[in-house]
Structure formats: structure tokens, C-alpha cells
Design a protein around this ligand. Structure first.
Ligand code: ADP
Ligand code: MG
Length: 369
């Protein structure tokens, strides 16, 4: 990352070390992304200063409750933010190329997206084969017999039986699960390096969901795809992700490799999400469920946006906005529990094992208790 020079935010509290893992040659590097919607009434900060990267071939999970900014993050990456929305600041680089400032066309097709509801993603008046061939034509320049054969191959590759016949059928002739497979086939027809899946299995029943997750896993290996997998479901995250970003009210409040996040969650919100997985208890089990809902951020945060739902909140959480700090190797959390100088009774299990309280990355933030 240091080589890149685009991030001259000297003295930033987020540890350079955690970011440095891939910023330089990451497939996708998102930095300080802020996407807002200027509505008649107010400005909604749907994504607020979010930084992460995706490496070649990895699956990055993004998890958070409804309204936390996951889809807007996805659409921002794809250049799909329309008025009244705008990317207000930040950088999105694909293989080092800056995409913001309307430079998506250069990488159109390198990044592909699969949305939640397969019915809305396919056009009902064209055959499935037609839609795959159209994408093949636009993105790979394939036509005629070559395109027809490739469409059949793609349908086969997403596990649709009898693909040669089904390629001539219309979306309504497919079941929900088969339709989502077809949508994935269309997404793959761009020959992408990065597939963004925004709740791709949420509309499907559990059995079909498991099959689609398996398919994505499979495709990732076969096609050497990187995947950004978005879901509100921690159970799905556990099965799919290599790393996880936890989002809350537009912000990334925790980020860690999946095993680390599940074993040692450091943000109370993450602990709440984990406790909401059926049959799972979290150490200390202080958060059986989280009451309330995600607030809609309309101004720059001057507090912790989770404070009023947080069972561990203390005075300063209402006055100081927590910046992400390093809480373990390759692990960050934005919570004052992990910042020095605040008066709270942090129990030892919330600290990274064997590490002293982390003082190397404290936000300069404001008055002290
Ligand atoms: P998630 O996908 O995590 O459920 P979203 O990314 O869809 O959440 O939304 C994040 C926030 O952005 C929400 O408060 C939502 O109301 C707001 N938002 C999303 N799209 C628009 C839009 N087109 N106009 C205004 N606000 C929007
Ligand atoms: Mg969404």
C-alpha cells in the first residue's frame, strides 16, 4: 500500500499494518469509500469511510443487518450508484486502476454482480440462452455457433442438467434455484475476475441455498474467482468467507479472517450477530439478541452509532466516534473498548490473548472521560 501514494492520510488511526496486507497489489482496494444519498429531506450517509481490500481468489464476506450499507457498498464497487446517490469521497481501485470518477467502463465485465432475487435479474421475455449470449457478445465478442456452445457450457458449469435443451427456455420455466444458477451463468459470461454476490441465497429455501453456496465455492476454485459475498446471515458467512467485514450503519466496525472473527469477536455488535446464530453461544453470552434496529446515518458520526444498542456502552461512547484500531494480527475493530484512555471495565477476555492493551493506533478523538 505504501507504494501507492494515494493515501496520504498521515497519522491515520487505522493501523497501516492491517491495511498493508494487500492494498498495493490487491485485486480490489477500497479506501475511505463514502457514498451518500441526497434526498429531499436529508443526506443519508449509506456508506461512510469504508476501507478494505479483496485479494485474488479469496472470498470476502460482508455481513450486517438490513440497512447497514452492504448493498450500497456492492453497487458502489460496480459503479451502479445513481442519483440521488453519489460517491462523495474515497477510492476504489481494481488491479491498481482507479474506478471512481467514472472510469468503470475500462473494467466493465471484470467485476460482475449477482443480486438477491433471480426473478428480477433475468428478462422474462428472452430465453435464458439469449441473455447469456448477449452478455457473451458484449463482453467477450462471441457470436453465432461459438456463443451458442459457450452458453450451453456455462449453463452446464453452473450445474443445470440438460443444458442444451434448457438454454432455449424462458426464465419462468426455471425453478427459483435453477434461475439463480442461470443468473450466475450470465454473470460468468463476462468472464469476471471478481464476482460480487449480494444476498444471492436469501430468497431461496435452505436446501437450495446450500447448493448455491457449494456451486460458488466450486466456481471459485475452477475459475479462480475472487468473491465478495454479502449476507445478513452469520451462518452463511461461516461457510463461505475467508475474511469478514462487519458493517453497521454505513461503517465497517470489525474486520478479521473468518476463524479469528468467530473465535475472538472484538466488537459488541459482532458478538451480538454471532449470538443470533441459532444454537450458538458466545463467550460471556452477554448479548443473546440485539434489540432495536440500525439507525440511518444522516451526519458525520460524533459518537458510536451502535452505542444506544450496545450492552457494553459507557459514557464516552456517546461523545467519541471510534476509529478502527488493530486488535490482533490482521484484525481491526472500531470500538472504544479497544482504545486507550477511556474509563470502562473491560474484562480480560475481550482483549487479544497475550497482547497488551493496544495503544499503537488510538484515534486522537476528543475529550476524555
Ligand atoms: P443493506 O444492503 O445493508 O441492507 P443498503 O446498502 O441497501 O443496506 O442501505 C444502506 C442505507 O442506504 C439505508 O439507510 C438505505 O435506506 C439507504 N439507501 C439505499 N439506497 C438508497 C436510495 N436509492 N435512496 C436513498 N437512500 C438509500
Ligand atoms: Mg442489501
Amino acid at each position: 500500500m505504501a507504494a501507492d501514494g494515494a493515501d496520504a492520510n498521515a497519522g491515520e488511526s487505522v493501523d497501516e499494518a492491517a491495511r498493508a496486507d494487500g492494498g498495493g497489489d490487491a485485486l480490489l482496494a477500497v479506501e475511505g469509500l463514502t457514498t451518500v444519498f441526497h434526498t429531499d429531506k436529508e443526506t443519508i450517509r449509506a456508506v461512510d469511510d469504508v476501507t478494505f481490500s479483496v485479494e485474488e481468489g479469496e472470498t470476502l464476506g460482508i455481513v450486517g443487518e438490513s440497512g447497514s450499507g452492504k448493498s450500497v457498498t456492492a453497487r458502489s464497487i460496480l459503479g451502479l450508484i445513481d442519483s440521488p446517490g453519489v460517491i462523495e469521497s474515497g477510492s476504489i481501485r481494481f488491479r491498481g486502476d482507479e474506478l471512481t470518477g467514472d472510469n468503470w467502463d475500462a473494467h466493465r465485465g471484470d467485476i460482475s454482480i449477482v443480486f438477491q432475487d433471480p426473478s428480477n435479474s433475468l428478462n422474462p421475455v428472452y430465453t435464458v440462452g439469449n441473455q447469456i449470449r448477449e452478455t457473451l457478445r458484449i463482453h467477450q465478442g462471441l457470436r453465432g455457433q461459438e456463443a451458442r456452445e459457450e452458453a450451453v457450457r456455462l449453463l452446464e458449469s453452473v450445474g443445470i442438467p440438460d443444458a442444451r435443451r434448457r438454454v432455449t427456455e424462458y426464465p419462468h420455466q426455471f425453478s427459483g434455484g435453477m434461475r439463480q444458477r442461470a443468473v450466475i451463468a450470465v454473470a460468468l459470461a463476462c468472464d469476471p475476475d471478481l464476482l460480487v454476490c449480494d444476498e444471492p441465497t436469501t430468497a431461496l429455501d435452505v436446501t437450495i441455498q446450500a447448493q448455491i453456496l457449494e456451486l460458488l465455492d466450486d466456481l471459485q476454485e475452477r475459475e479462480d474467482l475472487a468473491i465478495v459475498f454479502i449476507t445478513h446471515d452469520m451462518g452463511v458467512i461461516e461457510e463461505t468467507a475467508d475474511r469478514v467485514n462487519v458493517m453497521y450503519a454505513g461503517e465497517m466496525v470489525e474486520s478479521a479472517p473468518v476463524g479469528e472473527l468467530f473465535d475472538r469477536p472484538q466488537h459488541p455488535y459482532t458478538r451480538g450477530l454471532l449470538a443470533s446464530i441459532p444454537g450458538r453461544t458466545v463467550s460471556g453470552d452477554r448479548l443473546p439478541t440485539i434489540g432495536g434496529e440500525v439507525p440511518t446515518p444522516t451526519a458525520e458520526a460524533t459518537d458510536c452509532r451502535f452505542a444506544d444498542r450496545c450492552p457494553e456502552a459507557f459514557d464516552a461512547c456517546e461523545r467519541v466516534h471510534p476509529e478502527p484500531v488493530r486488535v490482533g494480527p490482521d484484525h481491526t475493530a472500531a470500538c472504544l473498548l479497544h482504545e486507550e484512555g477511556y474509563d470502562h471495565d473491560l474484562d480480560s477476555e475481550a482483549r487479544p490473548a497475550g497482547e497488551p492493551p493496544d495503544g499503537d493506533a488510538v484515534a486522537d478523538g476528543g475529550d476524555r472521560a
